[in-house]
Design a protein around this ligand. Structure first.
Ligand SMILES: [Cu+2]
Length: 182
């Protein structure tokens, strides 16, 4: 008796299971089709940088093409970030402090540079936008807080890596920069 019932029960379950799977698949196919078209549009408008995955990778790798991504969101509120300016091989690299950006003179210009190891980067104050400083997130360098134009601060980058820095008083406004050292 039992041995007769079991196979037929299984058969019924199997058939209904297949039917259910087929039904779900069919529905999912229809709905995901329309979801994807609208969802795709939303994603395109909300995320101007489609390189989030690449950015995450650059955090660990910190070299190569991944450096051109937005550095784990570091530049999300920085309106003068326009890619990494390649200064590899340059003997001297200067970054302006107090470039017109972020609603005033609250930017580093350029916001991101790529240099060769051993390069000395000089930050030069424009004298605009009140007092600024240059402070590395990782503690590799830190300037004084200065308001006068023409002031300079230097740091020689011996070790390769990605250095995120900011002006302490204006960091929240987007006064942030990056030096990528190769
Ligand atoms: Cu500042």
């Amino acid at each position: 008796m039992m041995s007769d019932l079991e196979p037929s029960r299984r058969a019924v379950l199997r058939v209904s299971g297949l039917a259910a799977v087929a039904g779900v698949t069919g529905l999912a196919g229809c709905s995901s089709g329309s979801d994807q078209s609208s969802g795709g549009g939303d994603t395109a408008t909300e995320e101007p940088t489609p390189t989030a995955a690449e950015t995450t990778a650059s955090g660990g790798g910190s070299d190569g093409g991944s450096g051109s991504a937005s550095f784990d969101g570091w530049f999300d509120n920085v309106d003068n970030y326009d890619g990494v300016v390649d200064e590899t091989g340059s003997g001297s690299v200067t970054v302006e402090v107090g470039t017109e950006a972020n609603g005033g003179n609250y930017g580093f210009g350029p916001a991101a540079v790529r240099v060769s190891a051993g390069t000395t980067v000089t930050w030069e104050w424009t004298g605009e936008g009140a007092s600024h400083n240059v402070v590395d997130e990782g503690g590799a360098f830190e300037s004084e807080l200065v308001g006068e134009g023409g002031h300079t601060f230097e740091h020689t980058f011996e070790e390769s890596g990605t250095y995120r820095y900011a002006c302490t008083p204006h960091k929240a406004m987007g006064m942030k920069g990056v030096v990528v050292v190769e």
